[in-house]
Design a protein. Structure first.
Lengths: 432, 514
């Protein structure tokens, strides 16, 4: 008998099968993931979890008898009161004793299983990207490209170039007149022949001396000399990468109620998740404003409370200031996302518009405005939007600029709107 | 017991185990299993695995290696979800019918459970695999792991060469048909040339003996039978009717590539390897459960297990052999462990202390005194269907409270046809035995004809029994797969023996393979 401890064997034997399964059910899993997202709390937005997909798509058909109809014959255990000849009303659903249905494991409409964080996010953030990531330049040492760059005389054995080395060796041997192995062989045979046939002693002596000389030369001139050896050289070149910064501007004034704040925060948490996962070199700057704007850290932005009046332009000025200080526009791709309930001090509106047109939009690759509203607000009939101060002002921003605005009323709208704003666009399409 | 047995003989105390202990336990179990019960198992290879690895093993039907396919990923995902939420526990062991017999045991089992598992799988199942005739006839315990290795390599190579999607389509189709990819009977060997020659010689001699020139002068009637002969000849050439659908497609489908045929063959052969397991579920589990019960009891009697360990064993043993009644929420068919164990224990009782009833029902073994011998003989020479029809005693039927219910579609209510009484025993036994007859459980489907001269339509026939037709949606989908493999139209007719046609399904190939 042998005992083998398999516990330390690499796990994840089923990984390849799982990937094949997910690929197969991709469309359905993607849908399920997106539907599940509106049910989750902000903190769990990026976590994996259980999803259920319709069983039909991953059903494996077999040839089997139908569960109903015909003449059926069951043997059941646990008789307590029946005697021969009794009748039993057919149970609801008509599935006989139910054993057939459960035996085959069919009859379920949903297939439930768990996704890991990684798989979940992959599906969740599929096909999203920052638009117009144009400015690229050489950043730190993180992105290096390795390239073949000629040959060198030193290097690790693994990079030894055999053809090069032999080429050098060959030319050196020719130049130094190293006797060829064939010549040596021929001379030897000649000497042997003379010895056998008893040739003239002088000839023999001469040939022997010649052979001696040849052997001496080949000993002195090695077949491969250290000077012949060449290695393949690789060179690293820094790769230009795109640096980007995302400004998150959020209104936290008193007019924003809990529902609106929740929507705004959900939107930003998605944005943050997306940037964090997809782009290594993206800075995120959080700015929140009431009647004055403040740059805050992530935690404060999402979790702390603040209240006051509303002056939107303060946030825009703050953003411009930060850009001037830290993000030179020739090096950085600048993005901004603003969320607000649309309330603004009316006197501030022209200022906002001017600041946006003159200072912000020219330096931005993309500017997204999300207006959060109440769930129960109804669209007024006739398509005339119940427009807020800010919405009306922003509508005057020309359509040529990289500016987009959307309205969100309910949790379930957030993800679709987010996708709309950051969907991967076909080449050459305008960001509108 | 503990009074007579000195403490040092105890195998272990407490739940912890190590490799030395496993070795000692294995020997102690062998002492009882081989010396006392006369079991004859394969040599064992015990492998310790984690929960994760157990889930992996589940997904590939217990085998240590398997080719890759999304359906295994699906099963893994389902089992994992069920397990993580606590809906489903994991098996304590998995045992593989190979030589040496591979027994997986879980690291988190207690020492008692490891003993139980070794007795159950390492002696019970292993003995059954090695000695039962169905396994001897159908499986090659020495070669299975090598074959799986080959299968996985071959399919991986195909994926590299032809793309995952192409390979997946073939495997999907093969899986859909795999329940009808089994040879149920050993095949007739193709005649070799020498015996062909001999037969031809005999036929000629026979003709010479009967030769009478007079027959030449008799006016011949119109040759009408040409058509019929042609059909018979065509069927004979193609080996029809053929119930092994995968085999037929592998050998005959006109448009398949060689690698696609090989994949069909792989799926078919692996499925054939599992065929005996389906036929012997009750006996196999009965044998293993009986073996572990006897071994554990003997170990306790000999003082090698302490009372605590024995109680722990009894607790898990009783939950394994629990048979919920039909109206219980937990009921999901007849528990093969319960039925198998009850029957084996009953046979032992009949051998040792038979009643009058037993002498009447099982005269061959009643009171012969050699229970283990009788059981070994039974384990070797029966499968579930014959085992039940021979050895299900009235006593077991009464204990289980078996009753037989007929459910006729045309009647208002279901009726109780037989219960566990004098008039019902034989009816119940026959009905139950039929439930375990694979040939009866699986729908009987055959390839009956191919229209070679016309549009090459393949014609399948389902022989409907008791008016039960095929699950329609599934049948259509499977037929679609069959059409894809065949490359031309496929028709499936459902008829019963009286010639009544119940249904007809048709499918045309979507995208031809190859």
């Amino acid at each position: 008998m042998h005992i083998i401890d398999r516990r330390l064997n690499p796990g994840g034997k089923s990984f390849a099968n799982r990937q094949r399964f997910l690929r197969r059910a991709r469309a359905q899993v993607r849908k399920a993931v997106r539907e599940a997202s509106s049910q989750r709390s902000i903190k769990d937005a990026g976590k994996g979890g259980e999803v259920s997909i319709p069983a039909g798509g991953v059903h494996e058909p077999t040839l089997r008898r139908a569960a109903q109809g015909g003449m059926r014959d069951y043997v059941l255990p646990g008789n307590k009161k029946y005697i021969e000849g009794d009748t039993i009303p057919r149970p609801e659903g008509g599935a006989g004793d139910g054993s057939r249905a459960s035996d085959s494991g069919e009859g379920e409409d949903e297939f439930r299983f768990a996704l890991s964080d990684e798989e979940y996010l992959d599906l969740y953030l599929e096909d999203l990207e920052l638009p117009d990531l144009a400015k690229r330049q050489i950043a730190g040492a993180e992105a290096l490209q390795w390239r073949q760059a000629g040959f060198s005389t030193a290097g690790p054995p693994s990079r030894l170039s055999v053809p090069r080395t032999l080429r050098h060796s060959l030319s050196r041997r020719i130049a130094l007149k190293r006797p060829k192995a064939g010549d040596v062989q021929r001379l030897r045979e000649e000497i042997e022949k003379l010895e056998r046939e008893g040739g003239r002693f002088d000839d023999l002596q001469g040939l022997r001396a010649e052979l001696e000389e040849m052997l001496r030369r080949s000993r002195r001139i090695p077949y491969i000399d250290p000077v012949d050896v060449r290695y393949r050289r690789v060179e690293s070149t820094p790769k230009p990468i795109a640096k980007a910064v995302m400004f998150c501007l959020m209104d936290v004034s008193g007019s924003m109620n809990e529902h609106m704040k929740d929507l705004a925060k959900r939107f930003y948490s998605l944005l943050y998740l997306f940037l964090d996962r997809r782009y290594e070199h993206v800075d995120v700057v959080f700015i929140r404003h009431t009647h004055e704007a403040q740059e805050v850290d992530e935690h404060t932005f999402f979790y702390s409370r603040e209240t006051g009046g509303t002056v939107v332009s303060t946030a825009l000025f703050k953003m411009e200031e930060i850009v001037r200080e830290r993000y030179p526009i020739d090096q950085w791709n600048i993005y901004a996302a603003q969320a607000s309930d649309g309330d603004n001090t009316s006197s501030d509106n022209p200022v906002v518009l001017q600041q946006l047109r003159d200072a912000i939009l020219p330096i931005c690759q993309y500017y997204a405005y999300v207006e959060v509203g109440m769930d129960d607000e109804e669209e007024p009939p006739g398509g005339a939007e119940s427009s807020t101060n800010l919405w009306r002002a922003y509508r005057r921003v020309s359509t040529d600029s990289p500016f987009a605005m959307r309205r969100v009323r309910h949790r379930r709208d957030i993800y679709p709107v987010f996708r709309e704003l950051f969907a991967r666009r076909p080449e050459g399409a305008e960001a509108a | 017991m503990t009074a007579t047995a000195p403490a040092p003989k105890l195998l272990f105390s407490g739940p912890d185990w190590d490799f030395d202990l496993i070795k000692r336990v294995h020997e102690a179990c062998g002492e009882v299993g081989i010396r006392e019960m006369g079991l004859d198992p394969y040599p064992n290879q015990i492998e310790v695995i984690t929960t994760e690895q157990m889930l992996d093993a589940y997904a590939s039907t217990g085998m240590p290696l398997f080719y890759r396919h999304w359906s295994f990923g699906k099963h893994f995902a389902r089992n994992e979800a069920l397990y993580r939420k606590g809906y489903q526990g994991l098996a304590y062991e998995i045992v593989i019918n190979s030589n040496p017999c591979i027994v997986y045991i879980m690291e988190e089992n207690s020492a008692t459970m490891q003993t139980l598992v070794i007795a159950h799988a390492g002696y019970g199942h292993s003995h059954f695999f090695k000695n039962n005739y169905v396994f001897k006839q159908w499986t090659d315990a020495d070669g299975i792991l090598d074959y799986l290795e080959f299968a996985r390599g071959f399919i991986a190579k195909c994926e590299e060469r032809y793309g995952q999607e192409q390979v997946e389509r073939v495997i999907d189709a093969a899986h859909a048909l795999q329940s009808h990819g089994i040879h149920r009977y050993p095949r007739k060997r193709m005649p070799d040339l020498r015996s062909e020659e001999r037969r031809e010689e005999e036929r000629r001699r026979h003709g010479e003996q009967l030769f009478n020139d007079l027959w030449r002068t008799v006016p011949a009637g119109q040759k009408k039978k040409a058509d019929k002969d042609g059909e018979a000849r065509r069927k004979a050439l193609l080996g029809l009717p053929e119930e092994n659908l995968l085999y037929f497609l592998e050998k005959t489908a006109p448009r398949l590539q060689p690698w696609q045929r090989e994949i069909l063959r792989i799926v078919r052969l692996i499925n054939q390897y599992f065929y005996p397991q389906r036929q012997t579920k009750v006996m196999n589990e009965g044998c293993a459960t009986f073996a572990h019960h006897r071994i554990m009891t003997r170990l306790h009697e000999k003082g090698q297990l302490n009372d605590g360990a024995f109680l722990e064993f009894l607790h898990s043993h009783t939950s394994v052999v629990l048979q919920p009644a039909f109206d219980d929420r937990r009921y999901s068919g007849i528990n093969p462990y319960a039925l198998g164990f009850a029957m084996c224990a009953d046979i032992e009782r009949v051998c040792v202390t038979p009643t009058e009833e037993d002498r009447e029902w099982m005269p061959d073994i009643a009171g012969n005194g050699d229970a283990y011998g009788a059981l070994r003989e039974i384990w070797a020479n029966y499968r579930d269907e014959s085992f039940i029809s021979q050895f299900l005693s009235p006593r077991v039927m009464r204990d289980f409270g078996f009753f037989r219910v007929l459910d006729d579609e045309d009647e208002e209510d279901m009726s109780v046809a037989a219960i566990h009484d004098e008039r019902g025993y034989r009816k119940i036994r026959r009905a139950l035995s039929k439930r375990y007859d694979i040939a009866y459980q699986d729908p009987e489907i055959q390839i009956v004809d191919v229209d070679l001269a016309g549009d090459r339509k393949l014609i399948l026939q389902h022989r409907v029994m008791d008016g039960i037709v095929l699950e329609e949606a599934d049948a259509e989908r499977v037929l679609q797969h069959a059409a894809d493999l065949w490359g031309y139209d496929v028709k499936l007719i459902e008829v019963d023996d009286g010639g009544v046609e119940f249904a007809e399904h048709n499918a045309s190939p979507r995208r031809v393979f190859g």
